[in-house]
Write a protein that binds this ligand. Sequence first.
Ligand code: SF4
Length: 397
Amino acid sequence: MSFVAEFNQLPLDTLLERSLRTSSADVARALSAESRALADFATLLSPAAGAQLEELCRRSQTLTRQRFGKVIRLFAPLYLSNECINNCKYCGFSRDNPILRVTLSIDDVLRETRALKAQGFRNILLVSGEHPKFVSNNYLRDCVAAVHAEVPGVSLEVGPMETAEYQPLVAAGADGLVVYQETYDRAIYEDMHTAGPKRNFDWRLETPERAYAAGFRRLGIGALFGLADWRAEAFSVAAHAAYLLRHCWKAQVTVSLPRLRPCAGEFEPLTHLGDRELVQLICAFRLFLPDVGLVLSTREPAKLRNGLIPLGITLMSAGSHTEPGGYTGAGHDKLHLTERGRIVELAEGASEWAGRSTATGQFEIADDRSPEEIAALISSLGYEPVWKDWDAALVTR
Ligand code: SF4
């Protein structure tokens, strides 16, 4: 049985109702439980638990230190291409957005990789829009091989594939696969994804299982907060992570809790997850799933990131760019403008795009501090910044 069958049976409405009616005595019971069920997770996300946020933070911090030590692992996204055949209303790379696009050559990718390596990174997440013509499976395999020759930790966040298509990528050196469901609310998912293969909700939901079958040993999931009710999304992500821990037990599972950021297309969030609620969410995930890695990206502002480091986070990005070529300017000679998926010629000096030398980013980042600054901050908080990922730390390079 895949997670889709389990997901279809989740009592999300009941959990939501229960969460909103939780008493402080229920919270005390969930906090003192030896192990916790999804119903306890709902309790920890309740307004009543929100009133006890300091206690949640204290317990989350203790548990995180017990399971992971005082260590924060660092990674950087490397965008390969912002070409995409999907229309996702909330994403700057959507097919119909008129933006400057580029797909990096393997030499470009190496240039970007070496720039990140010089900053200290040994764990790189290759990110790409979904476009079979520009981002073919062979292209991705060659990118993975080139990057893996430079750094030991290579993960992918690209269009979902079949297991057999993933296998050459694993063989080339990729060990992690990240795929966010974006929203676990089927109706909102359908409304957000107006064109392209991403419209298939179930196929996307089963992606981590196909990736595991292909040999990936780090699986990352998450929801994009700002689309559906944040508690309902969290119940689904938590149930999904718990399922993967049970069924893909050789893999390390990470959860990301990204909030929507401004991007091309100027999509406005449909729902709001406040800072205080995000803290509660991170602590509740830690208490429900003590061994799951929790990821914090540069979508969040510096002050909040500083405060979250000691509370449950285990993995952070730093100094990120969300446009291909963002670290070195690689690929700027191949930039082109697309409108509704078609390349259009730019009249010299006649458009708002003339003179632009970088591709359009996926979204605006909120924390633009350098990796060096982030590493220094982590150290100043008494934590160790680690540039390699866990398995990869066994590789001498
Ligand atoms: S979210 Fe992914 S699939 Fe959707 S438009 Fe952006 S890059 Fe393409």
